[in-house]
Design a protein around this ligand. Structure first.
Ligand code: NAD
Length: 506
C-alpha cells in the first residue's frame, strides 16, 4: 500500500498531515510522509490535567466494562491491520511481515487485556487475630505516561495502553519523534473504538473523552514533562539506557513509578550438541531481522571452539544470500536503517571492532537498493575477546562472534555486559539448558532454549535487568505495575485484639 491509500484507510483522506514544523520522512527512500506541529510543554501539561480529570471518572467504571473499550480497539485493529502494518513499514522501515506482525501483537494484547479485565485479582490472607480477615485490593493509579521508541512504534504503546485502560488509568503518550504518524493512527483507531463503546454504555462521555487518551508528538522535552509531572504516577519509558537513566531519575525524584524498557546487548551460547541448522536459522533472524534494530536483536554469539568453524561458515553462506532492499518487496529480509546517524554509528562500531582486533567476515557496507535510504549489509565480526565495543548496544545489524572452551566461561562472558534483556542457548544437553536457565545462569529477563533472542509473545512478562531497566510489560502479572495495592484488615468480632500480642489496656 502507498502512503495516500494508507492515510485514506486510516484517516479518511489521502494527505492529512500537510502543515507543521516537524517533517516526517520515510527511511525507505526519504519520501516526505507528512508535516505536523509538535506539542509544546504547556500543551503537554494541559493534556496531563485533562487526563487526570478523565481518570477520576474512568476509575469508577467497572473493570469488565473498561475491557469492552479494549475489545472495540481490538476490532478496529483487526479491520485496519493491512493499513496500519503498512504505515509501520513506511515510517519505521521494517519489512511488511514485521509491520503486520506488530499490529498482530497489538490485537493479541487487546485479547489478553479483555480477559484480564475480569481477573484483577487480589488475595485473601490468614489473620493472626481472632475474627479478623485480611485481603489485598488493587486500584487504578492515575495518568499513565507512555514514552516509546521508533523501532516498535505501535506494539509497545498497545502493551501499555491496553493494560493501563483495563486497570482504570488514563493515558498520555509521547511517541518517538521519528514515528509520530503511526501514533496518530493508533489514536484515531482508539477514538473510533471509543465512539462504538460509548454508544453502548451509559457513561459521562463528555468528561471521559478526549481526556482518557492523548498523543503528544514531540521530542525529549515533551517526554521530560511527563517524567517531571506529579500528576503522572506511573511512566512507562521505552528507549535507550541513556534515556532511561535521565527519565528514571526524574520520576524517582518525585516518588513516581517508572517501567523502564531500555537497551539490550543480547547473546546466544551455541554448545557442541546443538542442532546447528536450527541455530543458524535462529541466529540469522535474531541478528539480521529488523535490520538489527530490535531491543532483543542478537549482538553476541558465543560458540564452542569445536563447532565454531562449521557454524561460522554456514552463517557466512546464509548472510551472502540475505536480500537487503525495499521493505515492501516480499523477497526482502532486511530493510533500511532508520537514518544516516544509525548508519554512521554502525560504521563507527565496525571501525572500533577492527581496532580492538576484530575481523569483519562479511557485510557492514552500504547498499543502495533504493535511492534515498540508508541500507547496510548485515555484518559478521570475529572478535578475539569481549572488548569495549561489545559492551555497548549499537542499534544496527552487527553480530560479534566469540569462541569458548568451558561452559562456565561461556556463561561468564554472556553475563559480563551492562545490559540484561534477552538471551538464548542452543543445546541438546539437558544439564546445560537447565544451568543456563538457573539462578547461576543467564542474568537476563528472557532466557530461551533452542529459540532465538527475539520474537517475544505477549503472554509472558517482557523486560530485562541491569541497564535494561528492570521493567516488565505485557503478560503474566505485569498489570500490577499500573495499579496500587491496598492491604485491608477487617474485624468481624466484638473485641479489638492488637497484632503481635501488644497490650494497650485502659
Ligand atoms: P531513544 O532513547 O533515542 O528515544 C526513545 C524515546 O525517548 C523517544 O520517544 C525520545 O523522544 C524519548 N526521549 C529521549 N530522551 C529523553 C529524555 N531525556 N527525556 C524524556 N524522553 C526522552 O531510543 P530510540 O533510538 O528511539 O530507540 C532505540 C532504543 O530503544 C534502543 O536502545 C532499544 O534497545 C530500545 N528499546 C527497548 C525496548 C525494550 O522493551 N527494552 C523496546 C524497543 C526499543
Amino acid at each position: 500500500m502507498q502512503p495516500a491509500d494508507i492515510f485514506t484507510a486510516l484517516f479518511g483522506e489521502p494527505a492529512p498531515f500537510a502543515s507543521g514544523s516537524q517533517q516526517v520522512h520515510s527511511p525507505i527512500d526519504g519520501t516526505l510522509l507528512g508535516s505536523l506541529e509538535p506539542a509544546s510543554p504547556p500543551v503537554a501539561q494541559q493534556a496531563i490535567a485533562h487526563a487526570h480529570a478523565a481518570f477520576l471518572q474512568w476509575r469508577t467504571v467497572p473493570p469488565p466494562v473498561r475491557g469492552e473499550l479494549v475489545r472495540e480497539l481490538g476490532l478496529q485493529l483487526r479491520a485496519h491491520k493491512p493499513a496500519l502494518g503498512a504505515l509501520v513499514t513506511w515510517e519505521s522501515g521494517k519489512i511488511l511481515s514485521e509491520g503486520l506482525g506488530e499490529v498482530q501483537e497489538m490485537i493479541d494484547i487487546c485479547d489478553f487485556a479483555v480477559g484480564l479485565s475480569r481477573q484483577l485479582y487480589g488475595c485473601t490472607i490468614a489473620s493472626e487475630r481472632t475474627a479478623h480477615r485480611m485481603m489485598e485490593t488493587w486500584h487504578p493509579l492515575g495518568v499513565t505516561g507512555i514514552i516509546t521508541a521508533f523501532n516498535f512504534p505501535v506494539a509497545v504503546w498497545a502493551w501499555n495502553a491496553t493494560l493501563a485502560l483495563v486497570c482504570g488509568n488514563s493515558i498520555v503518550w509521547k511517541p518517538s519523534e521519528k514515528t509520530p504518524l503511526t501514533a496518530l493512527a493508533c489514536s484515531r483507531l482508539l477514538e473510533r473504538a471509543w465512539a462504538a463503546f460509548a454508544a453502548q454504555h451509559d457513561l459521562p462521555a463528555a468528561q471521559l473523552w478526549p481526556g482518557l487518551h492523548a498523543v503528544l508528538p514531540g521530542g525529549a522535552e515533551i517526554g521530560a514533562v511527563l517524567a517531571q509531572s506529579p500528576q503522572v504516577p506511573v511512566l512507562s519509558a521505552t528507549g535507550s539506557s541513556r534515556m532511561g537513566q535521565q527519565v528514571g531519575a526524574q520520576v524517582a525524584a518525585r516518588f513516581g513509578r517508572s517501567i523502564l524498557e531500555l537497551g539490550g546487548n543480547n547473546a546466544m551460547i551455541v554448545t557442541p550438541s546443538a542442532d546447528l541448522e536450527l541455530a543458524a536459522r535462529a541466529i540469522t533472524f535474531s541478528a539480521a531481522g529488523t535490520a538489527g534494530q530490535r531491543c532483543t536483536t542478537l549482538r553476541r554469539l558465543i560458540v564452542h571452539r569445536d563447532i565454531s568453524v562449521q557454524l561460522t561458515a554456514r552463517l557466512q553462506h546464509i548472510y551472502a544470500s540475505i536480500q537487503v532492499g525495499h521493505p515492501l518487496d516480499p523477497a526482502t529480509l532486511v530493510g533500511p536503517l532508520i537514518d544516516a546517524e544509525a548508519f554512521d554509528a554502525m560504521q563507527a562500531a565496525l571501525a572500533q571492532a577492527r581496532r580492538e582486533g576484530g575481523e569483519v567476515l562479511c557485510g557492514g557496507t552500504r547498499r543502495t537498493p533504493v535511492a534515498g535510504g540508508w541500507y547496510a549489509a548485515p555484518a559478521l565480526v570475529r572478535m578475539p575477546a569481549q572488548t569495549a565495543v561489545m559492551q555497548r548496544e549499537t542499534f544496527a545489524p552487527i553480530l560479534y562472534l566469540l569462541e569458548y572452551d568451558a561452559f562456565e566461561t561461556a556463561i561468564a562472558l554472556h553475563n559480563a555486559v551492562p545490559q540484561g534483556l534477552s538471551s538464548a542457548i542452543f543445546t541438546r544437553d539437558m544439564q546445560e539448558a537447565e544451568r543456563f536457565m538457573s539462578s547461576a545462569g543467564s542474568d537476563c529477563g528472557i532466557a530461551n532454549v533452542n529459540i532465538g533472542t527475539s520474537g517475544a509473545e505477549i503472554g509472558g512478562a517482557f523486560g530485562g535487568e541491569k541497564a535494561t531497566g528492570g521493567g516488565r510489560e505485557a503478560g503474566s502479572d505485569a498489570w500490577r505495575s499500573y495499579m496500587r495495592r491496598a492491604t485491608n484488615t477487617i474485624n468481624y468480632g466484638d473485641s479489638l485484639p492488637l497484632a503481635q500480642g501488644v497490650r494497650f489496656d485502659f
